[in-house]
Design a protein around this ligand. Structure first.
Ligand SMILES: NC(=O)c1ccc[n+]([C@@H]2O[C@H](COP(=O)([O-])OP(=O)(O)OC[C@H]3O[C@@H](n4cnc5c(N)ncnc54)[C@H](OP(=O)(O)O)[C@@H]3O)[C@@H](O)[C@H]2O)c1
Length: 245
């Protein structure tokens, strides 16, 4: 029965890492709510994954915090509860600090940091009622290392890392697990092939690599929790062959 599946909410599910997470979770018995702006992309993915009952599309611009509330209401109306929240949607703009418009800085913080906080606080009460749940925040190695010309992005990701640890402390007695996953550069539209050509030292992960890390977090039993995953290539394999292994 589809209703017996565990439920997951994935933001930014339509492309890249989020899409790989959606595919992996459905293959492993989850029912999904998938959030992104582009409805056509979500509908196409939903059809591929088995239709609305398995993969419910919800279009929302998460930089608009009212939209975050509406999306969470829609999740709770349809599912009643949520076992796993994956805060994955995020964006990066490369621009020197001196020329980056303040609005763009604030928009990056809203999408990459405020929206995950709001998603968690709106869905956690239902998780607590059901006896527990897991929140996975997709951070980035840039939260530790910093990227040139990406101050807003790095600040938002460092903030998301701190948020993960603070909310873990806040909700640990309520059975809510929090994990931060810090992927290195991953081949998606956020870091397309051109990026790797311009940065030949970068190590490329594939979206499926990050999806497997999310699944590992979700598969932990009641007595264990994965708190942090730093995901990189196992050794310094140069990018040169831009091909899937
Ligand atoms: N790629 C990397 O190298 C890398 C490395 C470390 C961490 N990450 C992090 O991993 C996450 C996913 O990255 P990705 O590379 O897979 O990105 P991506 O290919 O650009 O996909 C971004 C996803 O987020 C959605 N999205 C973007 N803006 C949104 C908004 N305002 N409201 C709702 N949804 C929005 C997009 O759909 P719509 O456009 O339809 O809204 C899409 O589904 C991000 O948080 C990113 O920072 C990426």
């Amino acid at each position: 029965m589809e209703k017996d599946r565990k439920t997951a909410v994935i933001t930014g599910a339509s492309r890249g890492i989020g899409r790989a997470i959606a595919e992996t979770l459905v293959q492993n018995g989850y029912r999904l709510a998938m959030i992104a702006r582009n409805r056509a992309d979500l509908d196409e993915l939903s059809q591929r994954l088995g239709g609305y009952v398995i993969a419910l599309p919800i279009s929302a611009d998460l930089t608009d915090l009212k939209n975050v509330e509406t999306a969470c209401s829609s999740v709770l109306e349809n599912f009643g509860t949520v076992d796993l929240l994956v805060n994955n949607a995020g964006s990066i703009y490369f621009e020197p600090s001196v020329s980056m418009p303040v609005e763009r800085f604030e928009e990056t913080i809203r999408l990459n940091l405020t929206a995950p906080w709001l998603m968690a606080r709106l869905l956690i009460p239902a998780m607590i009622k059901a006896g527990g749940g897991t929140v996975v925040n997709i951070v980035s190695m840039s939260a530790r290392d910093g990227f040139k010309n990406a101050a807003a992005y790095c600040a938002s990701k460092a903030g998301l890392s701190g948020l993960t640890r603070a909310m873990r402390e806040e909700f640990k007695e309520k059975g809510i697990k929090f994990c931060e996953i810090l992927p290195g550069s991953t081949l998606t539209s956020e870091a397309p092939e051109k990026y790797f050509k311009d940065n030949p030292e970068a190590e490329i992960l594939l979206p499926e690599d990050v999806a497997r890390a999310v699944l590992a977090v979700a598969l932990q039993g009641a007595h264990s929790a994965i708190r942090t995953i730093e995901l990189t290539r196992p050794f310094n394999r140069k990018v040169a062959p831009l091909i899937r292994p």
